[in-house]
Write a protein that binds this ligand. Sequence first.
Ligand SMILES: [Zn+2]
Length: 412
Amino acid sequence: MALPASINAHTAAQDEIVRLAGLRRVHLAMEWFRSHEPELRDWQLEVAAIPAPPFGESNRAHWLRARFAELGLQDVHVDKLGNVLGVRAGADASAKLVAVTAHIDTVFSAETPLNIRREGDRLCGAGISDNGAGIVGLLALASALRAADVGHTAGLLFIGNVGEEGEGDLRGMRHIFCESPWKDRIGPTVVLDGAAIDTVVTQALGSRRFQVTVQGPGGHSWSDFGVPNPIVVLSRAVARFSRTELPAEPKISTNVGVISGGTSVNSIPESATMRVDIRSASPQEMDRVERALREAVADVASDYPKRARNGAKGISYDIQSIGCRPAAELDTNARILHVIRAVDAHLGNRARPHRASTDANIPLSLGREAISIGAGGSGGGAHTLQEWFDPTGRDLGLKRVLLAVLALAGVK
Ligand SMILES: [Zn+2]
């Protein structure tokens, strides 16, 4: 009796991982991680101490470019967006490259005291794990392959990309996959983000972000009383939008995260602004809720005259997109998924599929195979000044990355 294709694919992936892990050079590469942990820690402390706010990653990019060059990668360069790239050539120059990526930006502004330090076995400070751990994962992989002289069929494209966090809006990955000369040369993509190895991100959580600005004539709270008040208009729009029905499945969330406007208690404000975030793995639901937001603002604004009685301007509004991350889902029969599951089975690692917004959103939304995983160790307090990373057991996470990448690239 013929087995279903997915079972065949899974068995084939498991056989391949067992064979790979038994190769002497691959074994040596896996041993490299544990014996070189002190160097990995030094790199992590060094890179995390270089500020890399959104749109200000260049110092960190130059640091990473120097490491890529030292590790013998080829064609090492910083592209026009600020992404750092380097290639480890494979035996077959025509094969699609396996991309291994880690974002180099942080959520912290240039002025934030990052306070990167060691505390006992832990590494501490803002950005130490997200994404100090991922960046070190790239360097560890390139180092171990070099030290053990492991050859592979497809080349590996190492990428330290900009613009993952917040208003970076995945601009680094968007450029690589939509515009750069590499866009058609990349096959599967493994994104390294943070530390934890108990999840595999296979569903790309999408988001759309808007800035809504309402403007009016403004005036004195007593003598101009009666002219429309943008804060009131905006508040009415928030109230209406917040009554939008949201299904439990597919899950969708909305958030009014920032609201501002006005100058003093006795002035009718000239403008009011809010920032809205909509998230879901379903593009259709996001379309519907985006429409609800636009209708709420338009409906409320239509209650006010465009011109005031004295000829002064009335209420106007503007809705600006300030972020758009595409939603998508990895095919359940994708080879990359069979590979990571086989690697986890081989290493005795339990990992569950996860939905999140990561750099993998871009390749996934283009129908490419991609996953986002952690680079080993453990961490916490991401996006806070209390962030920490514990390298205990990091080598397990790095072995996982190594085996998955080699299985995707092919080793004879
Ligand atoms: Zn991250």
